[in-house]
Design a protein around this ligand. Structure first.
Ligand code: NAG
Ligand code: NAG
Length: 335
């Protein structure tokens, strides 16, 4: 190498966005604790009643090594009026659950998950429905509540689908800017399209989402949110698994590494109490573990207020025994 080249190399190493490529500090593994999202429709309609995830589950799972809890909620519960102020009574209830999860282990992280499919009562955010400002309003308020806790990750939106991807990513950028303007430095989980599909991420939303910028500088605090199920139609509604998804996740990992060495979390995946799922989910989560830090980790769908008969349940039995799926396919791959 010529001296000038060496100097350039040293300089660029010093100035290169090393911080931008800083990694999430730890590998994550855990579970979705559903209930406050019962039953948001994929149209963003909501007419349910909230069920509180049992707080005892957090100590149960943390005792086994889990360190990630995704806690979904209906937008309409948090702000009963679109663009309005947070309901203090609902926030108090939600926050009690968040704090139970956080206090179950000093290394526990929580994903605050706005579970509305990029919609409010049938209409798409920024595309005829809620304005970007109305969307940002709930996050500005949550940023004021949770902006000082770096163990709280903001899941900007659950499973956007059937929308204009380029416009959707503009809505995502709008929220990122609003959260930072509110002074919050939390990790943000950016969702793509096709129900946050891990499979379509590299070809649909990924090429746009990698260009979202963070007013904090760099991109290390912008993680991508991906989902993938293992049943015949990737819907997460069947007890039987037909794939371990390793090929899909390998393609995703290559895309992330080639586009700035970015990171993603598999925040929904799961299967039924069947031998096919014990095998396939186990192989999938083994791959996720091996792909750290590109894949930061996973949260399985679902425990919380689901009872032990729900098709994808990982809710422990009342005697404290885990589902076999959990023991066979999840427990070995917790951090
Ligand atoms: C993302 O940004 C890069 C660099 O500015 C640009 O070349 C590319 O076209 C952008 N991608 C999309 C999908 O707009
Ligand atoms: C706990 O309950 C489940 C479901 O009824 C049962 O299969 C399991 O054997 C029980 N475990 C113990 C240790 O009693």
């Amino acid at each position: 190498m010529k001296l000038a080249t060496v100097i350039l190399a040293v300089l660029s190493a010093a100035l290169s966005p090393k911080q931008a490529n800083a990694q999430f500090p730890t590998r994550l593994g855990g579970v979705n604790t559903a209930g406050y999202d019962f039953s948001v429709d994929t149209s963003g309609d909501y007419s349910g009643t909230p069920s509180t995830p049992p707080a005892t589950q957090y100590t149960h799972f943390s005792g086994e090594g889990a360190n990630l809890y995704r806690i979904p909620f209906a937008w309409q519960l948090m702000t009963p009026t679109l663009g309005g102020t947070i309901s203090s009574s609902f926030f108090e209830e939600y926050d009690t659950t968040v704090q139970a999860a956080l206090s179950s282990s000093s290394s526990a992280y929580v994903i605050v998950d706005l579970h509305n499919y990029a919609r409010w009562n049938g209409d798409i955010i920024g595309q005829g429905g809620p304005t970007n400002a109305e969307f940002a309003s709930i996050w500005t308020q949550l940023a004021q509540e949770y902006g000082s806790n770096d163990r709280i990750i903001f899941g900007i939106m659950n499973e956007p689908h059937d929308l204009d991807v380029e416009e959707w990513v503009e809505s995502v950028q709008y929220v990122v800017n609003a959260v930072r303007e509110a002074g919050a430095t939390n990790y943000l989980l950016l969702p793509g399209s096709s129900y946050s599909s891990a499979q379509t991420f590299p070809t649909e939303a990924g090429p746009y989402l990698v260009n979202v910028t963070d007013p904090l500088g760099g991109t290390s605090k912008l993680l991508f949110d991906v989902h993938k199920y293992l049943d015949s139609d990737n819907s997460g509604t069947h007890a039987t698994c037909v794939t371990n998804n390793v090929d899909v996740l390998e393609t995703l990992v290559s895309f992330l590494q080639e586009n700035g060495n970015r990171q993603a979390i598999l925040s929904e995946t799961g299967g039924g109490e069947t031998t096919s799922c014990y095998t396939d989910l186990g192989q999938e989560l083994a791959y996720v573990q091996s792909a750290y830090p590109t894949l930061v980790g996973f949260s399985v769908w679902a425990a919380g207020a689901f009872d032990t008969t729900y098709v994808l349940t990982v809710t422990p039995y009342s005697n404290g025994t885990d589902q076999t799926l959990w023991t066979e396919a999840v427990l070995p791959y917790l951090p």
